[in-house]
Design a protein around this ligand. Sequence first.
Ligand code: FES
Length: 107
Amino acid sequence: MPIVIFRTPDGTQRKVDAPAGSSLMQAAVSHDVAGIVAECGGNAACATCHVYVDPRQVALVGPPNDVEDEMLDFTAAERSPTSRLSCQIRVSDALDGLVVHVPEEQI
Ligand code: FES
């Protein structure tokens, strides 16, 4: 099973099992990762699952879809070129070792 790493600004690092086919958000919520609230349940409508993908790995996850791209303009933390809604990232074996950063504003 792929393992994904969530890092928070204080240096805390959580390695979580992320089942292939689930979303990154689901993996975070099921492991109580701080800062991933996911109020809308994964419908790209709340932006409380915002993460920054590690810049070295952004090609692995690809760009946001159109709906996600619009929602990323309403995040609590400043949008960056590697911003994604974790509910819109589908986990696959290729994402094993992915590192994402949880914005300080969500902690
Ligand atoms: S869970 Fe609401 S936008 Fe991702």
